[in-house]
Design a protein around this ligand. Sequence first.
Ligand SMILES: Cc1cc2nc3c(=O)[nH]c(=O)nc-3n(C[C@H](O)[C@H](O)[C@H](O)COP(=O)(O)OP(=O)(O)OC[C@H]3O[C@@H](n4cnc5c(N)ncnc54)[C@H](O)[C@@H]3O)c2cc1C
Length: 329
Amino acid sequence: MIAFDYTRPASASEAIAIAAKQAHAKYLGGGTNLIDLMRETIEEPTALVDVSTLSNTIDVRDDRILIGAGVKNTAVAAHRAIRERYPMLARAILAGASAQIRNMASVGGNILQRTRCTYFYDDAAHCNKRWPGTGCDARDGFNRNHAILGASPACVATHPSDMCVALAALDATVHLRGVDGDRTMKLIDLHRLPGGRPDIETELRQGELITAVELPSLPSAARSTYRKVRDRSSYAFALVSVAAALDVDDAGHIRDVRLALGGIAHKPWRAFAAEAALRGTPATQPNFRDAAEIELKDAAGLRDNTFKIELAKRTIVATLSELNGRDRS
Ligand SMILES: Cc1cc2nc3c(=O)[nH]c(=O)nc-3n(C[C@H](O)[C@H](O)[C@H](O)COP(=O)(O)OP(=O)(O)OC[C@H]3O[C@@H](n4cnc5c(N)ncnc54)[C@H](O)[C@@H]3O)c2cc1C
């Protein structure tokens, strides 16, 4: 680990001003990802700007909930309004990491946590994300956990966050502050597909700080869930995950559906094609399966992860069927 400056500013504006003065500053949330990466010399910031004590409130209104970027993952999952209005989000967070890590991890840090591709963490491996232009050892290596949608010849890594999959399904908006002022962006537009530059992972500008995440009013999300398929039942990243909300009318037709997938792409994957195919149709397993086929039609497997294509389809069907069953009980 290299030497670095550490500051704990009293406000977001102060944090941005401090970060702007340093070429290689990083914001520090709970440190559960960044400090590990620093220990491995994968990240080498010369300054850490500790934002973990800023933006620590959850503001609940009828038409939206605003979650400060510094709020701990545990506090989000435990909040009554989140559990009642957006259960998929509480479940997604609780499906991730361990209680100790969730107690430390912040909302901002969770969103910007980096991939768990083992080759990214191995400094003896070729990795375009770590060193652009050096190649990707995961392509022909051990790639059981890697991407089946949206990957590129340069990178097949996945985004590891569970929380972000629910935020994608819920149409969450991210609030940002930088030297040029405030702006907002849909969570689904924040992370990038790898293309030829997998080292550029988000649409954030240099030094921009996440200040909050906004959940819009979405009554159908009260009947929502998160299903995570993984190699162990705890403390493991998703092979495939599904965040879903389903609103079915009295005649059994789908009024609204929200669907996002995790563990399968370089970014949380909103299943827009499947949603469009499902709206207005009867809520039946064959229709769920048809929608899953549509969403996964461009999926491509590598040596070890082709099973994830069928797994993703089945997980979509199982998750929607579970919600549909709840509708009818
Ligand atoms: C053993 C282990 C198992 C795990 N399992 C899971 C799992 O199953 N599912 C899952 O989703 N996650 C899992 N995680 C990852 C965990 O969720 C993340 O480490 C955590 O969410 C990161 O949050 P943090 O606040 O600690 O971020 P930090 O480590 O502090 O920061 C992460 C990144 O975000 C940046 N950052 C932090 N806050 C801001 C901000 N406000 N604005 C701009 N940039 C910011 C930092 O500069 C850094 O680049 C696991 C982690 C470990 C160690």
